[in-house]
Design a protein around this ligand. Structure first.
Ligand code: FMN
Length: 173
């Protein structure tokens, strides 16, 4: 694992979140990992940006609102069970670190940890948030994804540091 520039990463943008999923860690005093599969990595305002979509019903939502930093962590396939747990249980009533056995490493540029087992970890500070507005949905199928009307808030996070290993690097560490 070494610190890398975001533009050094080799990854499949339409598979890395959708297929592999990732752990979004938020919260300064009591950090909490939540599984995400919707989001993106790209460029905005001339900066490398990670975009994540978080429903207001998530504990993670309140953590991001209280402290606008996060890490996005991609783990190997052998951590699928841990990802399942972090995507079905809430940090409100579960210590997901203890339940999964996953470890924390301190962030270097943010006050939120990254996941020790991650093969790719990205530290971000939130630059802006946007709320999805159902009045602007053009495809009715999209509205059906919100039976409880808990529309996602979009968190636009500037990449402050990235850490990667093996398959995410053209020149492995
Ligand atoms: C594969 C998978 C992907 C998920 N992606 C998202 C997502 O992108 N955004 C979101 O708000 N919730 C997503 N969830 C749901 C949350 O991970 C889940 O509700 C979690 O228990 C919330 O944890 P928290 O209350 O500790 O924040 C996903 C769940 C799974 C299993």
């Amino acid at each position: 694992m070494r610190r890398v520039q975001p533009n050094e990463l080799t990854l499949k943008p339409f598979a890395v979140l959708d297929r592999e999923w990732a752990l979004l860690v938020a919260g300064r005093e009591r950090p909490n990992p939540m599984t995400v599969s919707w989001g993106g990595l790209g460029t905005l305002w001339n900066r490398p940006v990670v975009t994540v979509y978080v429903r207001p019903t998530r504990f993670t939502f309140s953590l991001l609102e209280a402290h606008p930093e996060f890490t996005l962590n991609v783990l190997g396939e052998r951590y699928r069970k841990a990802l399942d747990l972090c995507g079905t249980r809430s940090g409100r009533d579960t210590d997901k670190w203890r339940e999964t056995g996953l470890g924390q490493l301190p962030g270097e540029t943010v006050a939120v940890p990254r996941v020790a087992e991650a093969e790719l970890a990205i530290e971000c500070r939130v630059l802006a948030t946007l709320d999805l507005d159902p009045k602007r949905f053009l495809d009715p199928a999209v509205a059906k994804l919100y039976p409880c009307e808990d529309y996602h808030r979009v968190f636009l996070g500037e990449v402050l540091a990235a850490w990667a290993d093996g398959r995410f690097l053209a020149r492995p560490a």
